[in-house]
Design a binder for this molecule. Structure first.
Ligand SMILES: Cc1cc2nc3c(=O)[nH]c(=O)nc-3n(C[C@H](O)[C@H](O)[C@H](O)COP(=O)(O)O)c2cc1C
Length: 270
């Protein structure tokens, strides 16, 4: 997005919130007490749009965007959000039907709102929704017999037996898979791209479950894609991105009437 700030002078009340809220300290008050980039600071701007979002008067436009087109902010109901977090479960039983297009479109429209380090937005989402493509991924995964070949733990032996008996233990019959990839250079330490990818799927999981879908993180599908080049190729991830994680989605075939009662994490209050 173009690094360009325009200010409606009629509306600007010179409160300074835009200048103070810039995470990169790029802005200053110019001659007419209107905000502007400091000399040459456009290059430091991460295009987070905080200057536009924070302006109480809607006087500042970033990159030619109209502040009036932004959504009014809303922070929802904390009790409802907590109950959603407590109620979400990994879904491993899906109905044999697709996800309605309008529901999938809602999830897709949510994606750009997930935070990324330095606002890099360097993620790519492969959303596999075609039945034929999911079948091709299943065939490529189970057809080779390569999966878990070299590992001999009791758990993985059990997986191998299940696969041999024709069970879809990886994709669980899900109609949709989301594979999130990050720009390759952002996957090396400090691995911001991988963290960004995990955050995005965390939000997909919650939002999908609030929409009545079932979702499950799928490390096994990630393993399949990383082990079997044909599976990875089917995800059509652009060359400059590296696959980070996968999530399965679908219409749930079971319902959880109650939450689990998880053991607490270790926490030290300092
Ligand atoms: C990073 C990650 C990878 C996972 N991979 C798989 C997987 O490959 N297959 C699976 O059935 N569940 C997978 N899960 C689901 C976990 O087993 C599940 O989150 C955990 O048992 C807690 O259950 P809950 O999600 O219902 O609370 C994964 C979860 C996470 C967070």
């Amino acid at each position: 997005m173009e690094r360009k700030i325009t200010v409606d002078r009629e509306k600007c009340v010179h409160c300074g919130l835009c200048v103070a809220d810039c995470p990169m300290y790029c802005l200053e008050f110019g001659g007419e007490q209107t905000p502007q980039y400091q000399d040459g600071a456009e290059g430091l701007c991460i295009a987070c749009q905080h200057c536009m979002a924070v302006c109480p008067e809607g006087a500042l436009s970033f990159g030619g965007l109209n502040p009036a087109d932004s959504l009014p902010t809303a922070y929802g109901n904390s009790d409802a959000l907590l109950r959603l977090i407590q109620s979400r479960r990994s879904m491993r039983h899906f109905k044999d039907e697709g996800i309605p297009s309008e529901i999938l479109a809602k999830i897709q429209a949510m994606l750009p709102f997930t935070p990324t380090a330095s606002n890099a937005n360097g993620l790519h989402f492969s959303i596999v929704r075609s039945r034929g493509k999911m079948e091709a991924i299943r065939r490529a995964t189970y057809g080779t017999g390569a999966l878990f070949g070299e590992v001999n733990s009791p758990g993985l032996r059990r997986y191998r037996e299940k696969i041999a008996s024709g069970e879809d233990i990886i994709y669980r019959g899900a109609p949709v898979m989301i594979a999130v990839a990050s720009e390759k250079e952002r996957t090396v330490p400090p691995c911001h791209g991988v963290v960004d990818a995990a955050i995005s799927l965390t939000l997909v999981d919650l939002y999908a479950q609030s929409l009545g879908l079932g979702a499950v993180w799928c490390g096994l599908a990630l393993h399949a894609a990383l082990q079997i080049p044909e599976v990875l190729a089917l995800l059509e991830i652009p060359e400059e991105y590296a696959l980070c994680y996968t999530m399965l989605l679908g219409v749930p075939a079971v319902r959880y009437p109650r939450t689990v009662q998880p053991e607490p994490f270790r926490v030290k209050i300092l």
